[in-house]
Design a protein around this ligand. Structure first.
Ligand SMILES: [Fe+2]
Ligand SMILES: [Fe+2]
Length: 309
């Protein structure tokens, strides 16, 4: 990713500074960071064997609002079994401990996005082995949030422009951190970390590029859907499922995401679970959004100490 100037620092969970603010991310600077610890090896572990992840996944997927999507217990077991085959470097898994302790929203979010995106990958991507490899990027898509101050992640009132900039920094931070631990900046997890907030109409961030990788798009759609149907600090409550699907449909109408991911989400929300190719998405809007929702609002900058960028 040549030419991105960082507004904020990138560090590992144990506070090893990888890039200071003002640094330029280029192929050379990224290679230098990876080369600096190339001989260091990290233990790995399957995600499911790590901490309470398996039990937590089961709890999240077998309670509302995911009950309709994951009605079939065998489907859940199949999903979880996938994870038994995929190993993650321990320092990456430790970010889950951090989120579980300090930002529980993000902890539940990355695990449910993993499950949802794997389900959709089964429908939308042709090759089974490839799908397994791709789905492993779900649990790490927001790893860069360890570089965002917790008071920003958990803020209940509108963010200032500076805070918004720090929040968006999690994409570049995840890209670098994951590349650092995988020792490969081309690793798919890095691309997902960097691009999961990009959109088909180039309205996303951090670069405003075209969202075109099918797996990144699946994660992007599941990311938004999960954020809508689960409680978040910046709203009075969660969206009901119908309204959330209407919001996702609106995104497809505006060409921010593709129709097939929307159809696949709608199909899994129908009890008969038809093939996504048979789905006709209703254009009707009947849902009601939560009464308090400051997502996307920008607050006046009042305290110079808040300025970060
Ligand atoms: Fe994100
Ligand atoms: Fe996310």
């Amino acid at each position: 990713m040549p030419g991105l100037t960082l507004l904020h620092p990138i560090h590992t969970l144990d506070k090893q500074l990888l890039f200071p603010p003002g640094a330029l991310l280029t192929k050379e600077t990224l290679d230098a960071i990876i080369d600096s610890h190339r001989t260091r090896s990290y233990q790995t572990s399957p995600l499911l064997s790590y901490g309470s992840v398996k039990q937590d996944c089961l709890n999240f997927l077998t309670t509302p609002p995911f009950l309709t999507i994951f009605l079939d217990r065998k489907q859940i077991d199949d999903l979880l079994n996938l994870l038994e085959t995929i190993h993650f470097p321990i320092p990456i898994l430790q970010s889950l401990d951090y989120f579980k302790e300090y930002d529980y929203y993000t902890y539940t979010h990355v695990l449910t996005v993993f499950a949802l995106s794997t389900l959709l990958a089964m429908d939308l991507l042709p090759d089974y082995g490839e799908r397994i490899r791709l789905s492993a990027t779900g649990p790490t898509h927001d790893a860069g949030k360890v570089c965002v101050p917790l008071h920003i992640l958990k803020k209940t009132t509108p963010l200032t422009q500076a805070e918004r900039s720090f929040l968006e920094h999690h994409t570049a931070a995840g890209y670098v951190m994951l590349g650092f631990y995988y020792k490969d900046i081309q690793h798919l997890a890095c691309r997902v970390g960097l691009n999961h907030h990009e959109r088909r109409d180039r309205s996303g961030y951090p670069r405003g590029i075209l969202l075109e990788d099918p797996m990144v798009e699946i994660i992007a759609a599941c990311d938004v859907y999960d954020a809508l149907i689960m409680p978040r600090p910046y709203r009075s409550g969660a969206y009901d499922n119908r309204t959330a699907l209407e919001e996702i449909t609106e995104m497809a109408k505006q060409n921010k995401i593709g129709w097939n991911v929307v159809k696949a989400l709608v199909a899994h929300n129908r009890k008969s679970n038809p093939p996504y190719t048979e789905i006709t998405v209703s254009a009707e809007k009947r849902g009601t959004a939560p009464s308090y929702n400051v997502y996307g609002m920008i607050a006046e900058e009042t305290d110079p100490k808040d300025r970060t960028g």
